[in-house]
Design a protein around this ligand. Structure first.
Ligand code: NAD
Length: 475
């Protein structure tokens, strides 16, 4: 696309993780000149050879298209800042022991940025940070002797979802810019102009998505503190939707209702909407758990007890225990049983296992004395770094190898391919035809006819002919 863009901006992105790498490559895709910095030398070397360290649709192709043209990788932060008009900070903001966001990576980067400022720069918070971080960034830069006239700080939170990150970045529901000054807002407007004017979508090779030249991405310019709150409040609200439907699913189980019908019926109401209303084993990942806790902490610091957020978390923890209990009730005893676990990533289409509920379930099963044979299309490498294979935990080459000789098959992650399993083949491999589905990927009504005992979330369990277990034994 690059050649058609009228005003390319020199951009530096610091951090080449899930957010920084996607942002850097997508900024290049929309015609800008990008220097992407990371302090992990091995990562930078790999990226400079076109090797993408994460599983993300479109990313490898887009990187190949722009590598050493629109985007370069480097460890030299000082030099990259000096050459750029806008500096995006996209380093991690993990949860600290107190629950608040640990901003030490951000602070370390800001102090390095200070040494690279040689002309007016816009410093952009892309990382998810608590309200007033922009003011701290300003204060740190001032402490390093940088004159106010040489920089502005902008909050530009990122809303991408892992798995669909490239499409989300290039076709955002909204672009939020929390700017201190009109001058800084103007730089961000120029950066996002290909998306907000529709120029990008007119290009024949543009990555396809929901936006178009006629319906381009909206931009919302606010104060920095409003933008910071928008990010925390949005993630907390999405987590709330998930916990809400999970709590409803438990009621559905008690009364014999079908939570999928209930969520469809709720979601058709335009005021509610259908997304994030799918019952399952709970939310996870690198964002919702820590952002919700950090937002709670922000409220506490303001003397506000935002109890609703603790309840959302509590339901999420309960949901995992509830699913474990389902496995227990279905198999009667667990010690010595072999279970096949399909899915380790916190959701489908990603290799990210940070705070994955699937991993929590696997750990609970191991603690209960089960043998687990696990399979995930993308996350096994990362899982094995912390959960080494041993006599009780094996990693299988595919779904069917995992199922071989298992007492039951569990679905823990919503990978699309797990919804398309060859059930006849599975029946021949499993010791008993039992599927316990934490993602509701199958129609429970049809599973009995296919000869399965099928237990899912918020829907009646169906039992194959061979099972005479009284209904009371099912949670
Ligand atoms: P990540 O851990 O995948 O990547 C962070 C990168 O920063 C790493 O490559 C690390 O080596 C690098 N880094 C750390 N310190 C550095 C330094 N001093 N200099 C240069 N590089 C440094 O993190 P992520 O998932 O990309 O998340 C980044 C931020 O974006 C977080 O605040 C997160 O909450 C937020 N966010 C994440 C997502 C998501 O889906 N992952 C979505 C929206 C927002």
């Amino acid at each position: 696309m690059t050649e058609t863009l009228s005003t390319p901006v020199n951009i530096c992105v610091i951090g080449s993780g899930y957010v920084g790498l996607v942002a850097a490559v997508c900024f290049a895709e929309t015609g800008h000149n990008v220097l992407c910095v990371d302090n992990d030398e091995q990562k930078v070397a790999g990226l400079s050879r076109g090797e993408v360290p994460i599983y993300e649709n479109y990313l490898t192709d887009l990187l190949a298209k722009h590598l050493n043209k629109g985007v370069h990788f480097t460890t030299n932060l000082h030099d990259a800042v000096g050459k750029s008009e806008a500096v995006f900070i996209a380093v991690g903001t993990p949860q600290s022991s107190s629950g608040s966001a640990d901003l030490s990576f951000v602070e370390a980067v800001v102090s390095e940025i200070a040494r690279g400022i040689n002309s007016y720069k816009v410093i952009v918070e892309k990382s998810t940070v608590p309200v007033y971080t922009h003011a701290w960034i300003r204060r740190v830069l001032s402490r390093y002797g940088i004159e106010d006239a040489l920089f502005d700080v902008v909050s530009n939170p990122e809303f991408l979802r892992e798995g669909t990150a490239v499409v989300d970045f290039l076709h955002p529901d909204r672009i939020v810019v929390g700017a201190e000054t009109p001058r800084a807002a103007e730089v961000l407007r120029r950066i996002y102009a290909p998306l907000t004017t529709g120029e990008y979508y007119r290009h024949p090779n543009a990555v396809a998505g929901p936006m178009s030249a006629e319906n381009p991405a909206p931009i919302l310019v606010t104060s920095p503190q409003s933008a910071e709150i928008i990010k925390h409040a949005s993630n907390s609200f999405l987590a709330l939707k998930i916990s809400f439907i999970n709590a409803v699913s438990t009621i559905c189980e008690s009364v014999g209702a079908d939570v999928d019908d209930v969520s469809r019926g709720m979601g058709l109401d335009a005021r509610i909407g259908p997304r994030f209303l799918r019952a399952g084993i709970g939310y996870g990942g690198s964002c919702f758990p820590k952002d919700l806790t950090a937002f709670h902490s922000v409220a506490q610091q303001q003397g506000i007890d935002f109890k609703l957020l603790s309840e959302v978390q509590q339901i999420n923890e309960q949901q995992k225990r509830h699913f474990f209990q389902k496995i227990h009730s279905t198999l009667w005893t667990l010690r010595g049983k072999k279970v096949a676990a399909l899915g380790l990533a916190f959701k489908g289409e990603t290799d990210d296992i940070r705070d994955s509920p699937a991993i929590d379930i696997v750990k609970m099963l191991l603690d209960a004395g089960c043998r687990v044979s696990a399979y995930d299309p993308a996350a096994m490498g990362r899982t094995q770094e912390s959960l080494k294979p041993n006599a009780h935990l094996q990693y299988a080459t595919d779904e069917y190898a995992a199922a071989e000789g298992a007492d039951a098959l569990l679905i823990l992650t919503d990978w699309p391919q797990f919804a398309l399993l060859d059930l006849e083949r599975l029946k021949g491999l499993l010791k008993f035809p039992i599927m316990i589905d934490g993602r509701n990927l199958y129609d429970y009504k049809g599973m009995r006819d296919k000869g399965f005992t099928y237990v899912s979330i918020g829907r009646p369990a169906s039992h194959s002919g061979f099972e005479g277990i009284p209904r009371a034994n099912f949670v």
